[in-house]
Design a protein around this ligand. Sequence first.
Ligand code: SF4
Length: 371
Amino acid sequence: MAPDPPAKTVIDPFGTTVIEDYERLYQEFGIQPFKPLLNQIANPNAAMRRSVIFGHRDFERVLDTMKRRDDFAVMSGIKPTGEFHLGTLQTAREVIYFQQQGATAFYCIADVEAYEDNRIPFERSQKYAVGNVADLLALGFDPKKGYIYQQSKEERVKDLAILFGRGVTLATMKAIYGERHLGLYISALIQAGDILLPQLKDFGGPKPTVVPVGIDQDPHLRLTRDLAFKFRRKHNFIPPSSTYHKLIKALDGSPKMSKRSPMTYFTLEESPGVISKKISNSFTGGRPTAEEQRRLGANPDICPIYDLYLFHYFEHDEDVTKLYCQECKGGKILCGEDKQRLIKLVVDFMKEHQRKRRQYIDKARQILNVE
Ligand code: SF4
């Protein structure tokens, strides 16, 4: 028998990311597996326990700092191109988790990247940003223990980007990001500024910083770690650490949700009717007939419904294990029934979230200094 063709891996923060085998990232991209660290973390979150967070760079440094209860920071953000979706929800939850573990939290509204990558004018991204910040607050971000800002208005980030421009060549940018227009390279330097902002004197100076992101963002981490090293004399930067979560499957079964295909994902602002329709039409790992599914079981590994439970909608780990092993693989549940159960959980969560979010809109405007 011919060997399987090598799995395709493409990591591109400005384009399509394809990960067919997360294991290969350890060998080919120098990412460390997260699992061996799990038993050292006093209070791991669901994403860590369930291996949704699968890899890291240099997280031991942050872990040691957490154990000593010293200062550390968490930094991540959102590209304000629309409402919060399930990928940005994942990142926000991780930022809030580290904030609750004692980190000073930095949350960036990446409006420069939204402009350069998605051509979203700043006036429009500002409107999205207000909603995005209200979502973040509704999820539990404490603004008294953190800093939320827009890239385009944060001079210190832009100053760092100008400084960093001297430390990279066009060849390096091409090697990391491929052939791109200059605006994207500039936005990458600004992201490096975002990641190292927590270490400036204004925020208490150098400190371990963890950046929780989807694996598609790893090129920004590689660039920033390199820049932190190059500019260590001037700023004493400590190379930032990162954790990587898997990308949640799109509802059509493809590896990543895409804003270009609205039926493949939903946002936190959608109505129960739309959510119900999207989940009902979703691809699954089910069998062609009910009889076969009861007899042979289904395949949760290719199923976006399973991902939704795993990433977001089952509170208890035992429920995830039961779905995977007994209900799905064991043929105890049919996909239609499983989808109905999920719809109820999602709609209940959305109603409660949207109620809280409405209460935070004024606060979000105030934080962003928007009329
Ligand atoms: S039973 Fe549920 S998890 Fe399994 S394939 Fe069907 S929808 Fe997916």
